[in-house]
Design a protein around this ligand. Structure first.
Ligand code: FES
Length: 233
């Protein structure tokens, strides 16, 4: 089948203005949108810039807007979106070149919520045991691959990138609700800040955007509840 691929282009060293370039390609319905971008890069314009690594929905590097919706280019097939496809960079972060945005503000926010295990108690001989029920409390948020699709689909983040954003909050959630961890209070304090969870207006864009089908808005709600009640259960 023939596919029309309209791609956002911007090279700050050469272009005065952001613009779109359209390519007409032969494709199979089962081709990934990422395959189309590779085809353009390999056969039409080697300067086209985008991030990718695994091509299997694992590394999270190829989040972009595909027909106006945040998706991973390696997880969207031509047959999912039809033969007219528009590809643009994710919103709320500055464009460095074409589909590549500056992810540093996103990772700064992520780092600020202590997204790591804290427990200074003497470790047991073998392992820190946990019941399946306790493990289940944060199972969903362990699935995050930090692609940024959720945070950059959030109007509160578009308005102010100091808002920690859904991805940071769910990565804090993963440790807050882990009963082996000892720093939940510190994280809840960070998230209770003016740029924390209360910037979330429960719009659900983040849940719709997540390629791992994490219930992002629900997890944010659990963090809000923990702050208000002072309890984790
Ligand atoms: S290239 Fe790794 S998630 Fe798409």
């Amino acid at each position: 089948m023939q596919v029309t691929l309209k791609v956002f282009r911007y090279n700050p060293e050469k272009d005065k203005k952001r613009h779109y370039k359209t390519y007409t390609l032969e494709a199979d319905p089962t081709d990934q949108v990422l395959d189309l971008l590779e085809k353009v890069k390999n056969t039409e314009d080697g300067t086209l810039s985008f991030r990718r690594s695994c091509a299997h929905g694992v590394c999270g590097s190829d989040a972009m807007r595909i027909n106006g919706v945040n998706r991973l280019a390696c997880k969207v097939l031509v047959q999912d979106v039809g033969n007219k496809i528009t590809v643009e960079p994710i919103l709320g972060l500055s464009v460095e070149k074409d589909l590549i945005v500056d992810m540093e503000p996103f990772f700064d926010n992520f780092r600020s919520v202590m997204p790591y295990f804290v427990n200074d108690d003497e470790p047991p001989q073998q392992e820190r045991l946990q019941s399946p029920e306790d493990r289940a409390r944060f199972d969903d948020t362990t699935k995050c691959i930090l692609c940024g699709a959720c945070t950059t689909s959030c109007p509160s983040f578009w308005a102010n990138s100091e808002y920690l954003g859904p991805a940071s909050i769910i990565n804090a959630h993963r440790f807050i609700f882990d009963n082996r961890d000892k720093a939940a209070e510190d994280r809840l304090k960070i998230l209770n800040d003016q740029f924390g969870v209360y910037r979330c207006h429960t719009i659900y864009n983040c849940t719709d955007a997540c390629p791992r089908e994490i219930e992002v808005t629900k997890a944010i709600g659990e963090v809000k509840k923990a702050i208000v009640t002072g309890r984790l259960s």
